[in-house]
Design a protein around this ligand. Structure first.
Ligand code: 5GP
Length: 115
């Protein structure tokens, strides 16, 4: 069950701050508050989905395609398009702590764009 009081829902609504990297109608990319790599970005869809399973099973095709397009645009903007990891922790047992689907983008390259 999706809880719209989670921190990422608040960030999308503008009720909590974030350092934005990329945003469009479908997704928002922002810096992780506690980075575990030189570049550690989170990308979230603008929709109420708890995890990657919920998102891929239930989000409309337009949102899914818009989300993955935003992933590509984000890594291109960061200048790390050939060198990164994308991770979606799914379920508390796998380390998920925020239950709004998010993709971690991590790279040992520091991103080249100044924000
Ligand atoms: P998970 O463990 O759910 O896969 O990842 C959640 C991530 O969200 C963690 O890496 C954590 O550092 C990040 N995070 C938690 N709260 C905030 C916040 O308020 N702002 C930002 N930018 N990141 C957050």
């Amino acid at each position: 069950m999706y809880d719209n009081n989670n921190i990422f829902a608040k960030i999308i609504r503008g009720d909590a701050p974030s350092t934005k990297i990329y945003e469009d109608d479908y997704a928002l990319a922002f810096q992780n508050i506690a980075p575990r790599a030189k570049t550690h970005i989170l990308i979230i869809p603008k929709g109420e989905y708890t995890d990657i399973y919920d998102f891929t099973a239930n989000a409309p095709t337009e949102l899914q395609s818009g989300f993955w397009n935003a992933v590509r645009k984000t890594v291109e903007k960061l200048g790390i398009s050939g060198n990164f990891r994308a991770v979606a922790n799914t379920g508390a047992g796998a380390g998920q702590s925020v239950f709004h689907f998010h993709l971690h983008i991590m790279s040992d390259e520091r991103f080249k764009t100044d924000f």
